[in-house]
Ligand binder design. Structure first.
Ligand code: NAP
Length: 417
C-alpha cells in the first residue's frame, strides 16, 4: 500500500492473519500514534522501555520496526487540518496491531471524538481492560492483591450507540407520540429520549472474545455483568445470549455456575471455565469485598464504562490502567487516560498506562517475555519508591522522578534482569 506521509520502516515485515490466527514475524512493523498533550512525553518514554525489554528478552533475535501513524493535532499539522486522515485508518487496519497515546477532542461544533471515530470506523467492538495489582502501588483496598480481572466491554451498542433525541426537537416529539400512542409507553412530556440497542450479534461476538481469552490464558471463570432484572430485553438478553454462545461454541470447556454446584459440588473440574452472571450493582460491591472470585468480565458498554474506572481505582487509578480496543484481529492498544493538557511537555506525568498497554500488546502478539520483563521492572521500581508525581503524593518517603526518569529506572531494572 502506498502512503502519502506514513513511512513503513525498511527491514520490518507486516503482521498477517493465517487460518484465523495472527501470524507475527520476528521483525514486525507495529504502528504507533504519539497522541496530543502529554502524548509525546509518555510515548517517547514508553518506546525506550519497550525496545529495551525486547532487546533484553531476545538479544537481537527479535526487533520491532515502529511506523508512526498520525491522528489528532499532529495529523492536522501534516494533513492540512485533517485530524483523522483516511490513510491512518487504512494503516491501522493494514498493520493490524498499533499502540496510541491520548487524543484531544476539540470541544464544540459537531466534532466527533477521534477515539470514538476510530472504534466505529474500524468496528473495534471490544474494549479490553486488564486490572491487576502491582506490589507497592497505593490502593484503598485491604487486599488489593486479590484484584486480577480482565474486563471485556462492548464498544458499539447500548446507550452509547448515539441514538438520542433532544427534548423539544421534531424527532423527539415524533418518537414520543409513537411511543405513547402506539406502544402504550408512559413518561413525562418533553423528556429527552435515548435508544439502547443490544443485539445477539453484538453480544455474542463480545462474549466469544471474552471466553476465548479465558481459554487462551487458562482463566477459571467468565462473569456476564448485566442489569437484566430491570431491563429484561436488552441487559437480560445479553446475559441469555452469553450463556447460549458458551453452550453452542464452547461446550467442551465451559460449565455454568448451576452445573458447578449441581454436578461438581462447587469444585470446577480441571480445564473447565465456569460461566456465571452477576447483576451490575452487586458486582460493584463484590469487586470491593471479594474480588478474588472474578477473572474475566464480559459486559455492555455503560456497565463496562463505570466498572473499568471503578476497578482501576482499586489498583492505582487511570495513571497506570492499560487498555485496548479490538476487532477480531485488528487491535489498538491505548492509554486509558486523556491528554492532561495542563501537564503537556513538562516531562512530569506517569507513563505507566501507555507502558502497560504496550505490555498487553506484546502479550497479544505472543511476546510474553517482554510483558513479563516490564511488569517485573515496574514492581522493582515501585518497590524502590521511585515514582512520578501522582504516586509520590500518595506514598511516604517516595523519590519523585520525571516521566523520562521513571523510564530510566525501569530500563535499569530490565537490563539487569
Ligand atoms: P485526563 O486528560 O485524563 O486528565 C485528568 C486528570 O487525570 C489529570 O489532570 C491528572 O490528574 C490525571 N492524569 C491523567 N493522565 C495522567 C498520567 N499519565 N499521569 C498522572 N496523572 C494523570 O482527562 P481530561 O482532563 O478530562 O481530558 C483532557 C482531554 O483528553 C480531553 O480533550 C478529552 O477529550 C481527552 N481524552 C482522551 C482520551 C483518549 O484519548 N483515550 C481519554 C479521555 C479523555 P491530577 O491533575 O489530579 O494529577
Amino acid at each position: 500500500m502506498e502512503y502519502r506521509n506514513i513511512q513503513i520502516p525498511e527491514g520490518g515485515e507486516k503482521l498477517s492473519v493465517k487460518d484465523g490466527k495472527l501470524s507475527v514475524p520476528d521483525n514486525p512493523v507495529l504502528g504507533f500514534v504519539e497522541g496530543d498533550g502529554i502524548g509525546p512525553d509518555i510515548t517517547s518514554a514508553c518506546m525506550r522501555v519497550w525496545d529495551a525489554a525486547v532487546a533484553r528478552a531476545y538479544g537481537g533475535r527479535r526487533k520491532v520496526y515502529w511506523a508512526e501513524l498520525y491522528l489528532g493535532e499532529k495529523a492536522a499539522g501534516i494533513y492540512d487540518g485533517d485530524y483523522f486522515p483516511a490513510e491512518t485508518l487504512a494503516a491501522v487496519q493494514d498493520l493490524i496491531v498499533s499502540v496510541k497515546g491520548p487524543l484531544t477532542t476539540p470541544v464544540g461544533g459537531g466534532f466527533r471524538s477521534l477515539n470514538v471515530s476510530l472504534r466505529q470506523d474500524l468496528d473495534l467492538y471490544a474494549c479490553v481492560r486488564p486490572v491487576r495489582y502491582y506490589r507497592g502501588v497505593p490502593s484503598p483496598l485491604k487486599r488489593p492483591e486479590e484484584v486480577d480481572v480482565v474486563i471485556f466491554r462492548e464498544n458499539t451498542e447500548d446507550v452509547y450507540a448515539g441514538i438520542e433525541y433532544q427534548s423539544g426537537s421534531e424527532e423527539n416529539e415524533k418518537l414520543a407520540r409513537f411511543l405513547k400512542h402506539e406502544m402504550g409507553a408512559d413518561f413525562f412530556d418533553g423528556a429527552g429520549l435515548g435508544v439502547k440497542p443490544i443485539s445477539a450479534y453484538g453480544s455474542k461476538r463480545l462474549v466469544r472474545k471474552a471466553i476465548q481469552y479465558a481459554v487462551d490464558h487458562q482463566k477459571p471463570s467468565v462473569t456476564l455483568v448485566h442489569k437484566g432484572n430491570i431491563m429484561k430485553f436488552t441487559e437480560g438478553a445479553f446475559r441469555n445470549w452469553g450463556y447460549e454462545l458458551a453452550r453452542e461454541e464452547f461446550p467442551e470447556v465451559t460449565i455454568t455456575e448451576d452445573e458447578l454446584w449441581e454436578k461438581y459440588d462447587g469444585q470446577a473440574p480441571a480445564g473447565k471455565i465456569v460461566i456465571k452472571d452477576r447483576i451490575a450493582d452487586i458486582m460493584f460491591q463484590l469487586m470491593q469485598l471479594r474480588p478474588a472470585e472474578f477473572d474475566v468480565i464480559a459486559t455492555m458498554n455503560l456497565n463496562g464504562d463505570y466498572l473499568s474506572d471503578a476497578l482501576a481505582a482499586e489498583v492505582g487509578g487511570i495513571g497506570i490502567a492499560p487498555g485496548a480496543n479490538m476487532a477480531d484481529h485488528v487491535a489498538v492498544f491505548e492509554a486509558t487516560h486523556g491528554t492532561a493538557p495542563k501537564y503537556a511537555n513538562q516531562n512530569k506525568v506517569n507513563p505507566s498506562s501507555l507502558m502497560f498497554s504496550g505490555a498487553m500488546m506484546f502479550e497479544y502478539i505472543g511476546w510474553t517475555e517482554v510483558a513479563g520483563l516490564i511488569s517485573a521492572a515496574f514492581e522493582k521500581t515501585i518497590g524502590d519508591k521511585v515514582v512520578t508525581y501522582d504516586f509520590a503524593r500518595l506514598m511516604d518517603g517516595a523519590e519523585k522522578v520525571s516521566t523520562s526518569g521513571f523510564a530510566d529506572a525501569l530500563i535499569r531494572h530490565i537490563e539487569s534482569a
